[in-house]
Design a protein around this ligand. Structure first.
Ligand SMILES: [Cu+2]
Length: 155
């Protein structure tokens, strides 16, 4: 566990450890939180059509910025700030910190195409603040991971 990160962030709210289970406030209903230089969880698995909500649960400003070259072929580009390319997102951040999510702010994206969607935080990329959303309907066979239809072949 990343206890050190919790201490360093000094989160004053009671939300830590109760993610998503607190009623009454939309701001506690999220899928991916953010620490000082980390997304939590780092990898999120969802089904096609799912809308993922990121919430900046830290004091630092962060971004959610997709790695354009890493997306599935038919996927839409996504980035906080609404940019349509990674270069546009990076440029805007460099010029005016465009796309920043401040403490308590959310970003949402809906994932339609199966596959892996790697993303990063522009100011903390060099500190390893990267994550991914894996969209899977559980029936793919490309990697030999699924064994549907062959379950009785072995004894
Ligand atoms: Cu960050």
């Amino acid at each position: 566990m990343k206890r050190r990160a919790f201490l360093r962030a000094a989160v004053p709210t009671a939300a830590v450890g109760l993610a998503g289970c607190i009623g009454g406030s939309a701001e506690t209903d999220y899928d991916v939180g953010m620490g000082a230089v980390v997304y939590r969880p780092t990898e999120l698995r969802v089904e096609p059509g799912a809308t993922v909500t990121w919430l900046n649960t830290s004091k630092q400003g962060h971004s959610v910025t997709a790695y354009e070259d890493g997306l599935p072929a038919d996927a839409d580009y996504f980035a906080s700030g609404g940019y349509d390319s990674e270069s546009a997102a990076r440029e805007s951040w460099g010029n005016s910190s465009g796309g920043t999510l401040f403490e308590g702010q959310t970003y949402e994206h809906t994932f339609e195409e199966p596959g892996e969607y790697p993303y990063f935080c522009i100011p903390h990329e060099s500190s390893g603040m990267v994550g991914s959303v894996v969209v899977s309907d559980g029936t793919e066979t490309a990697d030999g991971g699924a064994t549907v239809g062959t379950a009785t072949a072995e004894e």
